[in-house]
Write a protein that binds this ligand. Structure first.
Ligand code: NAD
Length: 493
């Protein structure tokens, strides 16, 4: 593949500010590495406080003109961006595989989910409307209108580096704000390529900007007076910190954190179907998904039958390079993260869980330097075990026994997290209990991965979410606008 024009001569990822590419001023940085091969793909330099100040000032200047444009004009660049993303879909997916390690199919699905958010934001002329009440009081008509606020920023994680920026960017600009993205320093290349397309989509200079960096860059964004609000997606400790700091600095904030998701399988479930969906939910993207279900709570009566099915299906998963067509499980993001997951497997063994399938000895011919782990299954996991309640973020599934649906729901509700859960059942009464009694933000019933479409918000509760307005859909319109009330009287009318 040709080097993107947005890389500097030294192969450094550049910022996109004021409609131009700039090498960040900061001296720190790190390499961007292909997780399947350990090949260096580029270098990412970390933006300094000065870089951030310039980006925020530029965005604030652009806001004056952009927010005053008719809404129909504001959505035209989004239609063009959708067209460009479709045209470059396969190339973006391949770049995503190279920098992240996921499979081509997973990368294609991710790009599709991102495009769906661009499509939804094209409906802003309807979605952003306020309300009017004639004769709200004697001779008075009253209206509530939505107004954009200024400059917003989003800080995003490595695991969906194309889709998650698009949970925010299209809605921010369609509502009339300016927007700054700080992508993950571990996987910044696909966002950078998307910004090359943004550069061609017809946005005015400064309305949409990209700044690269790490922790200090994020802190500079949180501390800058010129930023109205912050969207964050990442791990729980960082989400909590971002929420607290942003709020203390007077900003709007939404911070989605980590997860520990469960599948419940009842005795009336279609076990083949449930096992198939469990395997794909747990092992897709090598388990590096905030919606991955990594504990299955199974009713005692079908526990052994379900375990047999899951073991044989998991054992058939092919581990390898995401570029190979028959790969089911790609590489983990870094050697350090791979080691972290290996440590969790050690912990599971020492805690006394039954190791039903051990993925630690996997080797991938031709990819000896890649960060690979095979599917790993633990049986007879209990709630007191570390592997039952901490986020593992790898291809590891624990199986737990439950007497009935009430006991299973109790296990789910004892988790500190509240991102997602799925139930497999043939009984409506179980489904109703699951909907009513779980304290979790995304629920799937006979669906393995509870991923909301772009026109719904992305749920999340407890330690999985800090804030009130979520990513995607209508919540984004509320996050990116403030409501003004007009009270009007015309004597004599
Ligand atoms: P991370 O928290 O390490 O990093 C996320 C972003 O925060 C990156 O851009 C990074 O540069 C920045 N960052 C990291 N440490 C920081 C600090 N101390 N101060 C300020 N900024 C900091 O997360 P990750 O490893 O990139 O992503 C994986 C995590 O994201 C998992 O926990 C996963 O569950 C979670 N996630 C959640 C959702 C959701 O919707 N709830 C979606 C995707 C991923």
């Amino acid at each position: 593949m040709d080097r993107p024009t947005s890389l500097s001569d030294t192969g450094t990822v550049q910022n996109y500010v004021g409609g131009e590419w700039h090498t960040p001023d900061g001296s720190d940085g790190q390499d961007v590495v292909n997780p399947a091969t350990s090949e260096r793909l580029a270098r990412v330099a970390f933006s300094s406080n000065v870089d951030i100040d310039v980006a925020v000032r530029t965005a604030a200047e652009a806001f004056e003109e952009w927010s005053a444009r008719p809404v129909e004009e504001r959505i035209q660049p989004l239609f063009e961006l959708k067209r460009l993303l479709e045209e470059h879909h396969d190339e973006l997916a391949e770049l995503l595989v190279r920098e992240h390690g996921k499979t081509r199919g997973e990368a294609a699905g991710e790009i599709r989910r991102g495009i769906e958010n661009v499509e939804v934001a094209c409906g802003i002329p309807s979605m952003m409307q306020g309300g009017t009440l004639l004769n709200a009081a004697p001779q008075i008509d009253e209206s509530a209108v939505r107004k954009p606020l200024g400059v917003f920023a989003a800080v995003t994680p490595f695991n969906f580096p194309a889709m998650i920026p698009l949970w925010f960017l299209p809605y921010a600009v369609a509502t009339g704000n300016s927007f700054i993205l700080k992508p993950s320093e571990q996987a910044p290349l696909v966002a950078q390529r998307i910004f090359e397309l943004i550069d061609r989509a017809g946005f005015p200079d400064g309305a949409v900007q990209l700044v690269n960096g790490g922790v200090n860059t994020v802190n500079a964004l949180l501390e800058h007076d010129g930023i109205e609000g912050i969207s964050f997606v990442g791990s729980t400790p960082v989400a909590r910190e971002i929420y607290e700091t942003s709020a203390a600095n007077g900003k709007r904030v939404q911070a989605q954190g980590g997860a520990k998701n469960h599948i419940v399988v009842t005795e009336t479930a279609d076990l083949d179907f449930a096992a198939d969906k469990t395997v794909s939910s747990s092992f897709a993207c090598a388990g590096e998904r905030c919606l991955a279900n990594d504990v299955a709570v199974v009713e005692e009566a079908v526990y052994d039958d379900f375990v047999d099915r899951v073991v044989s299906m998991a054992d058939a998963q092919v581990v390898g390079s995401g570029l190979d067509a028959d790969t089911d499980i790609g590489a983990l993001i870094t050697p350090e993260h791979e080691q972290r997951v290996r440590n969790y497997i050690e912990t599971g063994v020492s805690e006394g869980a039954e190791l039903l399938l051990d993925g630690r000895d996997v080797t991938v011919d031709g990819y000896e330097d890649g960060n690979f782990l095979g599917p790993t299954l633990f049986g007879d996991v209990t709630t007191d075990m570390v592997i039952a309640h901490e986020e593992l973020f790898g291809p590891v599934l624990g199986l737990m026994r439950a007497g009935d649906i009430d006991e299973a729901i109790d296990v789910l509700n004892r988790s500190d997290f509240g991102n997602a859960a799925s139930l497999f059942t043939g009984r409506g009464a179980d489904a109703r209990k699951f909907r009513h009694q779980t304290d979790i933000g995304n629920l799937g019933i006979n669906a393995g991965t509870a991923a909301p479409m772009a026109f719904f918000h992305f749920g999340g509760r407890n330690d999985s979410f800090f804030g009130d307005l979520h990513a995607q859909g209508e919540d984004m319109i509320h996050f990116y606008t403030d409501k003004t009330i007009y009270i009007e009287r015309w004597p004599g009318a």
